[in-house]
Design a protein around this ligand. Sequence first.
Ligand SMILES: Cc1cc2nc3c(=O)[nH]c(=O)nc-3n(C[C@H](O)[C@H](O)[C@H](O)COP(=O)(O)OP(=O)(O)OC[C@H]3O[C@@H](n4cnc5c(N)ncnc54)[C@H](O)[C@@H]3O)c2cc1C
Length: 510
Amino acid sequence: MAEKSIIIIGAGIAGLAAGCYGQMNGYDTQIFELHDRPGGLCTAWERKGYTFDGCIHYLFGSGRGQPYNQVWQELGAVQGRPMIDHEKFMEIVDPAGQRLIVYSDPERLAAHMKALSPEDAELIDALAGGIRQFTRFDMSVLQQKPRALMGVEDWREFGAQMMPYLGALMKWGRMSAQEFADRFHSPFLRRAIPQMFAWPDIPMMAGLSLLAYMHTGNAGFPAGGSLAFAQAIEQRYLALGGQIHYKAHVEKILVVDDRAVGVRLYTDEERRADYVISAADGRNTVFEMLDGQYADRRIRQQYDGRLPIHSQIQVSLGVNADLSAAPHWATYLLDEPLVLAGEPYAQLSVKHYGFDASLAPAGKSAVVVMFKADYAYWQRIYGRRLYDTEQLQVAGTVIDFLERLYPGIRGQIEVKDVATPLSYERFTGNWQGSSCGWLLTKETMGLMIQGLDKTLPGLANFYMAGQWVEPGGSVPVAAMSGRNAIQLVCANDERPFVTSLPEDGPAPAG
Ligand SMILES: Cc1cc2nc3c(=O)[nH]c(=O)nc-3n(C[C@H](O)[C@H](O)[C@H](O)COP(=O)(O)OP(=O)(O)OC[C@H]3O[C@@H](n4cnc5c(N)ncnc54)[C@H](O)[C@@H]3O)c2cc1C
């Protein structure tokens, strides 16, 4: 018989993981999710036989026995799921046709880059050396145990694991992709390198780790896409005896004597539990569900709008043509900026999913074009006719651009879909439609390594999990964060934290 109960807000990856580990540890858990499906941002949507993936480009932990893989094994997410590894992460092409191919193999990348710019050999060798070094770095050590539970021995072990990488972390953690690019002689590489990892402010450490994990086969794409991946964790949770309530929007967290005791839904229904874990949007949790009552100065500063947030637009197209011979992900540098929703763009990223046959009908292609968006603008026009017009215009401009790349494509487009920051906000509740909580930059990297508090000052029996307490977000980090929340609950109840694998059978009742 379960001893104690936990209410979890949100069935994103963090909430599902918290649910699974809660059940493994003998708690009686329930998840309340506003949407009608699991996954949160880790999702995909179907239109006329095409599956448009809205999330995973690379999944850390996709390689058996490698960092983060154990958590996916425990969550039943990877068993029987083929992982698709890319030798080329992406290609960056300038208007003259020069092409930087971002190979995940550091030797191949270095040779290719030196052929493009021999005079930058020294910087290129440093880049390849950085990638090689991070192949051995286990990033999951940052979340093995919540900081609040770490004793002297844990810190000693943590220090020993980090020590060999301190130099590399200091060097590459304090330099953005843009700053690294600015050191190059080659005008092409100076333009291309900031686009290598999707945003120019990314700390080089994050980009190098990504290529390192791609090289070791630990950053693949889960066949079937992001929603299927999340659904596997949902199934694991249900098999462990958990309950999910969909279309259940939590309005308030109930508090009695500074102790979280349950939630109130928008329907006014109240549900009680011994613990509440919010794995939903951080700002909403702190300032709406709890009315800002437990927000100290530091937390208010965190949410004062100064930390970087990435809001994006995704134009998804179903194309009646097989584009699989083209690079699966290419960023085109433009001489003439393209104007989309009033913003000039000096480059545009185009991706097709031809590498996973399950995502489009035979002989057809799911194509997506993604770019950073101005949240304030989309919020201002939301609910007005201009919002729909602007979506149509964005799709039209993107299609005009694609027509230049693939003549005739306009006539082959069967489905068009535009997701704006407001779409992400509406469907997942994330502030400004943020794709990862706080965007990982040099500024937020310190917060990522240091780790944000998972509790609120003065509020007992309440924990936070997910991308808003783990700067930079990401699917594995969200999962580890759900696991950390249950480690904290177990510690509060002075019981050992245990885990199991699906083949171990149901967890013993607590
Ligand atoms: C376009 C895109 C690309 C990405 N690419 C990658 C990638 O390649 N690799 C990678 O690892 N990560 C990637 N990410 C990031 C990753 O998806 C997220 O960081 C991670 O999924 C966040 O999980 P979460 O559980 O913390 O939050 P969320 O996914 O936001 O889950 C929160 C859940 O809470 C629910 N909720 C919110 N408010 C309430 C409420 N009041 N009541 C009830 N339920 C509520 C929401 O509906 C949602 O289901 C990408 C994200 C995006 C958008």
